[in-house]
Design a protein around this ligand. Sequence first.
Ligand SMILES: *[C@@H]1O[C@H](CO)[C@@H](O)[C@H](O)[C@H]1NC(C)=O
Ligand SMILES: *[C@@H]1O[C@H](CO)[C@@H](O)[C@H](O)[C@H]1NC(C)=O
Ligand SMILES: *[C@@H]1O[C@H](CO)[C@@H](O)[C@H](O)[C@H]1NC(C)=O
Ligand SMILES: *[C@@H]1O[C@H](CO)[C@@H](O)[C@H](O)[C@H]1NC(C)=O
Length: 405
Amino acid sequence: MILGIVLLVLLFTPLSTPLSAHLHTSLHTSLRTSLRTLLHTTFDTLIRTNATTTSVLPLLSKTLRSNPSIFQSNTDRKYFADNLITASNLRIRYSHHLGLTLPPDSDSESALILNLHLNDELNEEMKISLSLNPSLKDLSNYYSFPISIIKILHKIYPQHEELKAILETTNSPGPISIRLNDPTYIPPSYTSKIADKVYVLPPSLRSQIMKNTDYISGRFEVQDVHSSKVLEYVQGNKILDLCAGRGGKTLGIACTLNNNTIDCYDIDKDRLKGLSSRISKISQYIKSEVNVLSEVTDNDYDCVLVDGPCSSSGVWRRWPNARWEFNVSKLPELEQNLTDILVEGMSRVKKGGRIVYCTCSLFKEENEDVVRNIDWKDWSKVNERRFPLNDEGDGFYVYVAKKIK
Ligand SMILES: *[C@@H]1O[C@H](CO)[C@@H](O)[C@H](O)[C@H]1NC(C)=O
Ligand SMILES: *[C@@H]1O[C@H](CO)[C@@H](O)[C@H](O)[C@H]1NC(C)=O
Ligand SMILES: *[C@@H]1O[C@H](CO)[C@@H](O)[C@H](O)[C@H]1NC(C)=O
Ligand SMILES: *[C@@H]1O[C@H](CO)[C@@H](O)[C@H](O)[C@H]1NC(C)=O
Protein backbone atom coordinates (compact mmCIF):
# COMPACT_ATOMS: atom_id res chain seq x y z
CA MET A 1 0.00 0.00 0.00
CA ILE A 2 2.67 2.47 1.07
CA LEU A 3 4.80 1.33 -1.81
CA GLY A 4 1.82 2.01 -4.10
CA ILE A 5 1.52 5.58 -2.85
CA VAL A 6 5.22 6.18 -3.23
CA LEU A 7 5.05 4.90 -6.76
CA LEU A 8 2.07 7.03 -7.65
CA VAL A 9 3.93 10.07 -6.40
CA LEU A 10 6.84 8.95 -8.53
CA LEU A 11 4.57 8.57 -11.52
CA PHE A 12 3.34 12.13 -11.37
CA THR A 13 6.64 13.72 -10.50
CA PRO A 14 8.05 15.86 -13.31
CA LEU A 15 10.51 13.95 -15.43
CA SER A 16 14.14 14.68 -14.93
CA THR A 17 15.91 12.06 -17.05
CA PRO A 18 16.60 12.77 -20.68
CA LEU A 19 13.85 11.70 -23.01
CA SER A 20 14.04 10.46 -26.53
CA ALA A 21 13.36 13.26 -28.98
CA HIS A 22 10.07 11.78 -30.00
CA LEU A 23 8.80 11.34 -26.47
CA HIS A 24 9.95 14.79 -25.59
CA THR A 25 7.79 16.41 -28.25
CA SER A 26 4.78 14.38 -27.22
CA LEU A 27 5.18 15.15 -23.54
CA HIS A 28 5.91 18.78 -24.12
CA THR A 29 2.71 19.35 -26.03
CA SER A 30 0.33 17.03 -24.33
CA LEU A 31 1.33 15.66 -20.96
CA ARG A 32 -1.68 16.03 -18.76
CA THR A 33 -2.37 14.20 -15.53
CA SER A 34 -5.60 12.69 -16.76
CA LEU A 35 -3.99 11.32 -19.89
CA ARG A 36 -1.20 9.79 -17.92
CA THR A 37 -3.56 8.22 -15.41
CA LEU A 38 -5.54 6.69 -18.23
CA LEU A 39 -2.39 5.34 -19.81
CA HIS A 40 -1.38 3.83 -16.50
CA THR A 41 -4.75 2.16 -15.92
CA THR A 42 -4.90 0.74 -19.41
CA PHE A 43 -1.35 -0.53 -19.30
CA ASP A 44 -2.01 -2.12 -15.94
CA THR A 45 -5.01 -4.01 -17.31
CA LEU A 46 -2.98 -5.10 -20.25
CA ILE A 47 0.03 -6.34 -18.41
CA ARG A 48 -1.85 -8.05 -15.60
CA THR A 49 -3.99 -10.10 -17.93
CA ASN A 50 -0.76 -11.32 -19.58
CA ALA A 51 -1.93 -10.01 -22.93
CA THR A 52 -1.86 -13.48 -24.34
CA THR A 53 -5.59 -13.30 -23.91
CA THR A 54 -6.10 -9.55 -24.08
CA SER A 55 -4.98 -7.85 -27.19
CA VAL A 56 -3.35 -4.44 -27.05
CA LEU A 57 -5.26 -3.10 -30.01
CA PRO A 58 -8.85 -3.83 -28.90
CA LEU A 59 -8.03 -2.45 -25.47
CA LEU A 60 -6.49 0.60 -27.03
CA SER A 61 -9.40 1.33 -29.33
CA LYS A 62 -11.89 0.74 -26.50
CA THR A 63 -10.05 3.23 -24.30
CA LEU A 64 -9.80 5.76 -27.10
CA ARG A 65 -13.49 5.44 -27.89
CA SER A 66 -14.75 5.51 -24.33
CA ASN A 67 -12.75 8.56 -23.23
CA PRO A 68 -13.26 11.06 -26.04
CA SER A 69 -13.22 14.09 -23.73
CA ILE A 70 -9.74 13.40 -22.35
CA PHE A 71 -8.15 13.47 -25.76
CA GLN A 72 -8.11 17.09 -26.71
CA SER A 73 -6.14 16.61 -29.87
CA ASN A 74 -4.72 13.99 -32.18
CA THR A 75 -1.38 14.56 -30.47
CA ASP A 76 -2.93 13.34 -27.20
CA ARG A 77 -4.32 10.29 -28.88
CA LYS A 78 -1.02 9.57 -30.54
CA TYR A 79 0.91 10.07 -27.30
CA PHE A 80 -1.38 7.62 -25.57
CA ALA A 81 -1.36 4.99 -28.33
CA ASP A 82 2.39 5.14 -29.02
CA ASN A 83 3.32 4.79 -25.38
CA LEU A 84 0.89 2.03 -24.67
CA ILE A 85 2.08 0.00 -27.61
CA THR A 86 5.79 0.61 -27.06
CA ALA A 87 5.67 -0.04 -23.32
CA SER A 88 3.72 -3.19 -23.99
CA ASN A 89 6.21 -4.34 -26.62
CA LEU A 90 9.10 -3.72 -24.28
CA ARG A 91 7.60 -5.19 -21.13
CA ILE A 92 10.19 -7.97 -20.83
CA ARG A 93 12.98 -5.40 -21.01
CA TYR A 94 11.58 -3.26 -18.22
CA SER A 95 10.58 -6.19 -16.03
CA HIS A 96 14.06 -7.64 -16.35
CA HIS A 97 15.54 -4.29 -15.47
CA LEU A 98 13.44 -4.25 -12.29
CA GLY A 99 14.10 -7.89 -11.45
CA LEU A 100 10.42 -8.75 -11.79
CA THR A 101 8.92 -11.83 -13.29
CA LEU A 102 6.03 -11.40 -15.65
CA PRO A 103 3.31 -10.57 -15.09
CA PRO A 104 3.90 -8.04 -12.30
CA ASP A 105 1.46 -8.80 -9.55
CA SER A 106 0.57 -5.33 -8.33
CA ASP A 107 -0.47 -1.96 -9.68
CA SER A 108 2.72 -0.50 -8.34
CA GLU A 109 4.90 -2.89 -10.34
CA SER A 110 3.00 -2.11 -13.53
CA ALA A 111 3.31 1.57 -12.71
CA LEU A 112 7.06 1.20 -12.34
CA ILE A 113 7.37 -0.54 -15.69
CA LEU A 114 5.38 2.16 -17.41
CA ASN A 115 7.33 4.85 -15.64
CA LEU A 116 10.62 3.39 -16.83
CA HIS A 117 9.30 3.57 -20.35
CA LEU A 118 8.01 7.13 -20.03
CA ASN A 119 11.34 8.19 -18.62
CA ASP A 120 13.15 6.28 -21.33
CA GLU A 121 15.37 4.73 -18.69
CA LEU A 122 17.57 1.87 -19.62
CA ASN A 123 19.82 -0.36 -17.75
CA GLU A 124 23.32 0.59 -18.88
CA GLU A 125 24.55 -2.85 -17.89
CA MET A 126 22.04 -4.36 -20.24
CA LYS A 127 23.23 -2.17 -23.10
CA ILE A 128 26.84 -3.09 -22.44
CA SER A 129 26.22 -6.82 -22.28
CA LEU A 130 24.39 -6.43 -25.56
CA SER A 131 27.27 -4.74 -27.30
CA LEU A 132 29.80 -7.42 -26.30
CA ASN A 133 28.71 -10.94 -26.86
CA PRO A 134 25.02 -11.16 -26.07
CA SER A 135 23.42 -14.46 -25.19
CA LEU A 136 20.00 -15.24 -26.62
CA LYS A 137 18.61 -14.47 -23.16
CA ASP A 138 20.23 -10.99 -23.26
CA LEU A 139 18.58 -10.41 -26.63
CA SER A 140 15.26 -11.64 -25.29
CA ASN A 141 15.48 -9.21 -22.37
CA TYR A 142 16.69 -6.22 -24.29
CA TYR A 143 14.44 -6.51 -27.33
CA SER A 144 11.62 -7.94 -25.26
CA PHE A 145 10.76 -11.04 -27.23
CA PRO A 146 9.85 -14.43 -25.75
CA ILE A 147 12.99 -16.58 -25.75
CA SER A 148 11.18 -19.26 -27.79
CA ILE A 149 10.83 -16.80 -30.68
CA ILE A 150 14.42 -15.55 -30.34
CA LYS A 151 15.63 -19.15 -30.74
CA ILE A 152 13.65 -19.66 -33.95
CA LEU A 153 14.84 -16.36 -35.40
CA HIS A 154 18.42 -17.14 -34.46
CA LYS A 155 18.33 -20.17 -36.76
CA ILE A 156 17.51 -17.86 -39.68
CA TYR A 157 19.81 -15.02 -38.61
CA PRO A 158 22.83 -16.68 -37.01
CA GLN A 159 24.79 -13.41 -37.13
CA HIS A 160 23.92 -11.35 -34.09
CA GLU A 161 24.05 -8.06 -35.96
CA GLU A 162 21.46 -9.32 -38.42
CA LEU A 163 19.25 -10.72 -35.67
CA LYS A 164 19.48 -7.48 -33.71
CA ALA A 165 18.45 -5.49 -36.77
CA ILE A 166 15.36 -7.69 -37.22
CA LEU A 167 14.37 -7.35 -33.57
CA GLU A 168 14.95 -3.60 -33.59
CA THR A 169 12.87 -3.23 -36.76
CA THR A 170 10.04 -5.28 -35.28
CA ASN A 171 10.01 -2.92 -32.30
CA SER A 172 9.62 0.15 -34.52
CA PRO A 173 6.59 1.24 -36.53
CA GLY A 174 6.87 0.34 -40.20
CA PRO A 175 6.60 2.71 -43.15
CA ILE A 176 3.22 3.01 -44.83
CA SER A 177 3.04 2.30 -48.56
CA ILE A 178 0.20 2.87 -50.92
CA ARG A 179 -0.44 1.25 -54.27
CA LEU A 180 -2.53 3.09 -56.86
CA ASN A 181 -5.66 1.47 -58.23
CA ASP A 182 -6.21 4.52 -60.40
CA PRO A 183 -3.00 5.01 -62.41
CA THR A 184 -3.88 8.66 -63.11
CA TYR A 185 -4.09 9.52 -59.41
CA ILE A 186 -1.52 11.96 -58.06
CA PRO A 187 -0.86 11.10 -54.39
CA PRO A 188 -0.48 13.73 -51.64
CA SER A 189 2.81 15.63 -51.53
CA TYR A 190 3.92 13.95 -48.29
CA THR A 191 4.34 10.64 -50.13
CA SER A 192 7.32 9.66 -52.25
CA LYS A 193 7.40 7.30 -55.17
CA ILE A 194 9.40 4.09 -54.70
CA ALA A 195 8.15 1.84 -57.49
CA ASP A 196 5.67 1.86 -60.33
CA LYS A 197 2.35 3.01 -58.79
CA VAL A 198 3.78 2.53 -55.28
CA TYR A 199 4.42 5.42 -52.88
CA VAL A 200 5.65 5.52 -49.29
CA LEU A 201 4.90 7.84 -46.38
CA PRO A 202 6.12 8.12 -42.78
CA PRO A 203 4.30 6.01 -40.15
CA SER A 204 3.25 9.16 -38.32
CA LEU A 205 0.98 10.12 -41.25
CA ARG A 206 -0.90 6.85 -41.21
CA SER A 207 -4.14 8.27 -39.81
CA GLN A 208 -3.98 11.12 -42.29
CA ILE A 209 -3.80 8.80 -45.29
CA MET A 210 -6.57 6.56 -43.89
CA LYS A 211 -8.86 9.61 -43.76
CA ASN A 212 -8.00 10.70 -47.29
CA THR A 213 -11.19 10.80 -49.37
CA ASP A 214 -9.38 9.28 -52.35
CA TYR A 215 -8.48 6.30 -50.20
CA ILE A 216 -12.08 5.97 -49.08
CA SER A 217 -13.25 6.11 -52.70
CA GLY A 218 -10.75 3.40 -53.72
CA ARG A 219 -8.28 5.30 -55.89
CA PHE A 220 -5.46 3.68 -53.91
CA GLU A 221 -4.91 0.90 -51.38
CA VAL A 222 -2.62 0.77 -48.38
CA GLN A 223 -0.30 -2.10 -49.30
CA ASP A 224 3.24 -2.85 -48.29
CA VAL A 225 5.83 -2.34 -51.03
CA HIS A 226 7.23 -5.87 -50.71
CA SER A 227 3.74 -7.28 -50.94
CA SER A 228 3.29 -5.32 -54.17
CA LYS A 229 6.56 -6.80 -55.48
CA VAL A 230 5.40 -10.35 -54.80
CA LEU A 231 2.48 -9.66 -57.13
CA GLU A 232 4.85 -9.13 -60.03
CA TYR A 233 5.36 -12.92 -60.14
CA VAL A 234 1.66 -13.48 -60.81
CA GLN A 235 1.01 -13.64 -64.54
CA GLY A 236 -1.18 -15.50 -67.06
CA ASN A 237 -4.71 -15.25 -68.42
CA LYS A 238 -6.51 -17.44 -65.94
CA ILE A 239 -5.43 -16.92 -62.34
CA LEU A 240 -6.51 -18.49 -59.06
CA ASP A 241 -5.90 -16.77 -55.74
CA LEU A 242 -6.39 -19.76 -53.44
CA CYS A 243 -6.07 -17.95 -50.10
CA ALA A 244 -7.59 -14.65 -51.15
CA GLY A 245 -8.56 -13.56 -47.62
CA ARG A 246 -9.77 -9.99 -47.71
CA GLY A 247 -8.51 -9.73 -51.27
CA GLY A 248 -5.68 -7.21 -50.94
CA LYS A 249 -3.44 -9.08 -53.37
CA THR A 250 -6.29 -10.03 -55.72
CA LEU A 251 -7.32 -6.40 -56.10
CA GLY A 252 -3.74 -5.45 -56.79
CA ILE A 253 -3.55 -7.99 -59.58
CA ALA A 254 -6.96 -7.03 -60.95
CA CYS A 255 -5.95 -3.39 -61.31
CA THR A 256 -2.63 -4.24 -62.94
CA LEU A 257 -3.20 -7.09 -65.39
CA ASN A 258 -5.30 -6.60 -68.55
CA ASN A 259 -7.89 -8.99 -69.86
CA ASN A 260 -7.51 -11.74 -67.29
CA THR A 261 -9.80 -13.90 -65.26
CA ILE A 262 -9.02 -13.96 -61.57
CA ASP A 263 -10.80 -16.47 -59.36
CA CYS A 264 -10.67 -15.89 -55.62
CA TYR A 265 -11.18 -18.51 -53.00
CA ASP A 266 -10.54 -18.88 -49.30
CA ILE A 267 -11.32 -21.77 -47.00
CA ASP A 268 -12.26 -19.15 -44.40
CA LYS A 269 -15.55 -17.81 -45.78
CA ASP A 270 -15.70 -15.03 -43.20
CA ARG A 271 -12.52 -13.51 -44.55
CA LEU A 272 -13.93 -13.55 -48.11
CA LYS A 273 -17.18 -11.87 -47.11
CA GLY A 274 -16.35 -8.26 -47.84
CA LEU A 275 -14.50 -9.02 -51.06
CA SER A 276 -17.44 -8.67 -53.49
CA SER A 277 -18.23 -5.20 -52.20
CA ARG A 278 -14.57 -4.20 -52.29
CA ILE A 279 -14.46 -5.34 -55.91
CA SER A 280 -17.53 -3.33 -56.90
CA LYS A 281 -16.20 -0.27 -55.07
CA ILE A 282 -13.15 -0.13 -57.34
CA SER A 283 -14.73 -1.74 -60.43
CA GLN A 284 -13.88 1.28 -62.58
CA TYR A 285 -10.14 0.58 -62.08
CA ILE A 286 -10.34 -3.20 -62.54
CA LYS A 287 -9.17 -4.37 -65.94
CA SER A 288 -9.90 -8.09 -65.51
CA GLU A 289 -12.82 -10.30 -64.63
CA VAL A 290 -12.86 -11.17 -60.92
CA ASN A 291 -14.95 -14.02 -59.53
CA VAL A 292 -15.42 -14.97 -55.90
CA LEU A 293 -15.70 -18.78 -55.78
CA SER A 294 -17.46 -20.84 -53.13
CA GLU A 295 -15.63 -23.91 -54.39
CA VAL A 296 -12.61 -24.50 -56.65
CA THR A 297 -13.35 -26.93 -59.47
CA ASP A 298 -10.98 -26.05 -62.36
CA ASN A 299 -7.47 -27.34 -62.74
CA ASP A 300 -6.36 -25.48 -65.84
CA TYR A 301 -5.04 -22.28 -64.32
CA ASP A 302 -2.14 -20.42 -65.89
CA CYS A 303 -1.15 -19.28 -62.45
CA VAL A 304 -2.14 -20.20 -58.91
CA LEU A 305 -1.19 -17.84 -56.09
CA VAL A 306 -0.91 -19.46 -52.66
CA ASP A 307 -0.53 -16.66 -50.14
CA GLY A 308 -0.33 -19.04 -47.22
CA PRO A 309 -1.96 -18.34 -43.85
CA CYS A 310 1.09 -18.10 -41.59
CA SER A 311 2.44 -16.66 -38.34
CA SER A 312 2.79 -13.28 -40.14
CA SER A 313 6.11 -12.76 -38.36
CA GLY A 314 7.30 -10.54 -41.23
CA VAL A 315 4.60 -7.99 -40.34
CA TRP A 316 4.61 -8.26 -36.56
CA ARG A 317 5.65 -4.63 -36.19
CA ARG A 318 2.14 -3.73 -37.38
CA TRP A 319 0.52 -6.05 -34.88
CA PRO A 320 2.00 -5.32 -31.47
CA ASN A 321 0.35 -8.17 -29.65
CA ALA A 322 1.47 -10.92 -31.98
CA ARG A 323 4.72 -11.88 -30.30
CA TRP A 324 2.84 -12.63 -27.09
CA GLU A 325 0.12 -14.59 -28.79
CA PHE A 326 2.21 -16.72 -31.10
CA ASN A 327 2.93 -20.21 -29.84
CA VAL A 328 6.07 -21.65 -31.46
CA SER A 329 4.88 -25.20 -30.65
CA LYS A 330 2.30 -24.64 -33.38
CA LEU A 331 4.97 -24.34 -36.07
CA PRO A 332 5.01 -28.03 -37.10
CA GLU A 333 1.25 -27.93 -37.57
CA LEU A 334 1.47 -24.64 -39.51
CA GLU A 335 4.16 -26.15 -41.72
CA GLN A 336 1.96 -29.18 -42.41
CA ASN A 337 -1.08 -27.03 -43.19
CA LEU A 338 0.91 -24.79 -45.52
CA THR A 339 2.35 -27.83 -47.30
CA ASP A 340 -1.17 -29.22 -47.82
CA ILE A 341 -2.42 -25.91 -49.24
CA LEU A 342 0.57 -25.63 -51.57
CA VAL A 343 -0.04 -29.19 -52.86
CA GLU A 344 -3.69 -28.29 -53.44
CA GLY A 345 -2.68 -25.14 -55.35
CA MET A 346 -0.16 -27.05 -57.49
CA SER A 347 -2.85 -29.56 -58.51
CA ARG A 348 -4.84 -26.68 -60.06
CA VAL A 349 -2.08 -25.49 -62.40
CA LYS A 350 -2.14 -26.55 -66.04
CA LYS A 351 0.98 -27.69 -67.90
CA GLY A 352 3.09 -24.66 -68.72
CA GLY A 353 1.47 -22.67 -65.90
CA ARG A 354 3.06 -21.47 -62.69
CA ILE A 355 2.64 -21.67 -58.95
CA VAL A 356 3.47 -18.67 -56.80
CA TYR A 357 3.84 -19.55 -53.12
CA CYS A 358 4.32 -16.71 -50.68
CA THR A 359 4.03 -15.86 -47.00
CA CYS A 360 4.59 -12.80 -44.84
CA SER A 361 6.63 -14.93 -42.44
CA LEU A 362 10.32 -14.84 -41.55
CA PHE A 363 10.33 -18.41 -40.27
CA LYS A 364 12.01 -21.14 -42.32
CA GLU A 365 9.37 -23.59 -41.11
CA GLU A 366 6.73 -21.70 -43.10
CA ASN A 367 8.91 -20.93 -46.10
CA GLU A 368 11.91 -22.99 -47.25
CA ASP A 369 10.88 -26.01 -45.19
CA VAL A 370 7.42 -26.09 -46.80
CA VAL A 371 8.98 -25.93 -50.25
CA ARG A 372 11.43 -28.74 -49.31
CA ASN A 373 8.49 -30.95 -48.32
CA ILE A 374 7.21 -30.97 -51.90
CA ASP A 375 8.08 -33.34 -54.73
CA TRP A 376 8.95 -30.96 -57.57
CA LYS A 377 9.76 -33.55 -60.23
CA ASP A 378 7.22 -32.19 -62.78
CA TRP A 379 8.23 -28.59 -62.11
CA SER A 380 11.07 -26.26 -62.84
CA LYS A 381 12.06 -23.58 -60.37
CA VAL A 382 11.66 -20.01 -61.62
CA ASN A 383 12.58 -18.02 -58.54
CA GLU A 384 12.97 -18.11 -54.78
CA ARG A 385 13.32 -14.91 -52.88
CA ARG A 386 13.19 -13.41 -49.42
CA PHE A 387 12.13 -9.79 -49.22
CA PRO A 388 13.77 -8.61 -45.99
CA LEU A 389 11.93 -6.94 -43.18
CA ASN A 390 13.48 -3.47 -43.22
CA ASP A 391 12.87 0.26 -43.30
CA GLU A 392 11.37 -0.04 -46.74
CA GLY A 393 8.95 -2.93 -46.44
CA ASP A 394 7.76 -5.98 -44.56
CA GLY A 395 9.29 -9.47 -44.56
CA PHE A 396 8.02 -11.74 -47.36
CA TYR A 397 9.07 -15.03 -48.88
CA VAL A 398 8.18 -16.10 -52.41
CA TYR A 399 8.80 -19.31 -54.37
CA VAL A 400 7.83 -19.58 -58.03
CA ALA A 401 7.86 -22.72 -60.21
CA LYS A 402 6.63 -23.68 -63.65
CA LYS A 403 4.80 -26.92 -64.42
CA ILE A 404 6.73 -28.64 -67.21
CA LYS A 405 4.93 -31.99 -67.37
C1 LIG B 1 -0.12 -15.04 -16.46
O1 LIG B 1 0.96 -15.95 -16.70
C2 LIG B 1 1.54 -16.49 -15.52
C3 LIG B 1 2.74 -17.36 -15.93
O2 LIG B 1 3.05 -17.25 -17.26
C4 LIG B 1 0.49 -17.28 -14.74
O3 LIG B 1 1.06 -17.81 -13.57
C5 LIG B 1 -0.67 -16.36 -14.39
O4 LIG B 1 -1.69 -17.09 -13.77
C6 LIG B 1 -1.25 -15.68 -15.64
N1 LIG B 1 -2.23 -14.68 -15.25
C7 LIG B 1 -3.41 -14.54 -15.83
C8 LIG B 1 -4.29 -13.47 -15.29
O5 LIG B 1 -3.77 -15.24 -16.77
C1 LIG C 1 -8.02 -11.41 -74.09
O1 LIG C 1 -8.01 -12.78 -73.67
C2 LIG C 1 -8.59 -13.68 -74.58
C3 LIG C 1 -8.68 -15.07 -73.92
O2 LIG C 1 -7.46 -15.41 -73.33
C4 LIG C 1 -7.77 -13.68 -75.89
O3 LIG C 1 -8.35 -14.53 -76.80
C5 LIG C 1 -7.73 -12.24 -76.42
O4 LIG C 1 -6.90 -12.17 -77.54
C6 LIG C 1 -7.22 -11.25 -75.35
N1 LIG C 1 -7.35 -9.86 -75.82
C7 LIG C 1 -6.40 -8.98 -75.64
C8 LIG C 1 -6.70 -7.61 -76.15
O5 LIG C 1 -5.34 -9.23 -75.08
C1 LIG D 1 1.24 -24.19 -27.45
O1 LIG D 1 0.90 -25.21 -28.36
C2 LIG D 1 1.11 -26.50 -27.84
C3 LIG D 1 0.90 -27.50 -28.99
O2 LIG D 1 -0.28 -27.24 -29.69
C4 LIG D 1 0.18 -26.73 -26.66
O3 LIG D 1 0.40 -28.02 -26.12
C5 LIG D 1 0.47 -25.67 -25.57
O4 LIG D 1 -0.46 -25.78 -24.51
C6 LIG D 1 0.38 -24.28 -26.19
N1 LIG D 1 0.86 -23.32 -25.19
C7 LIG D 1 0.15 -22.23 -24.85
C8 LIG D 1 0.77 -21.34 -23.84
O5 LIG D 1 -0.95 -21.97 -25.34
C1 LIG E 1 -4.34 -26.46 -39.54
O1 LIG E 1 -5.49 -26.75 -40.32
C2 LIG E 1 -6.60 -27.25 -39.58
C3 LIG E 1 -7.67 -27.66 -40.56
O2 LIG E 1 -8.01 -26.61 -41.41
C4 LIG E 1 -7.05 -26.19 -38.59
O3 LIG E 1 -8.14 -26.66 -37.81
C5 LIG E 1 -5.91 -25.83 -37.68
O4 LIG E 1 -6.27 -24.78 -36.81
C6 LIG E 1 -4.68 -25.40 -38.50
N1 LIG E 1 -3.58 -25.20 -37.62
C7 LIG E 1 -2.93 -24.05 -37.47
C8 LIG E 1 -1.80 -24.04 -36.50
O5 LIG E 1 -3.23 -23.04 -38.08
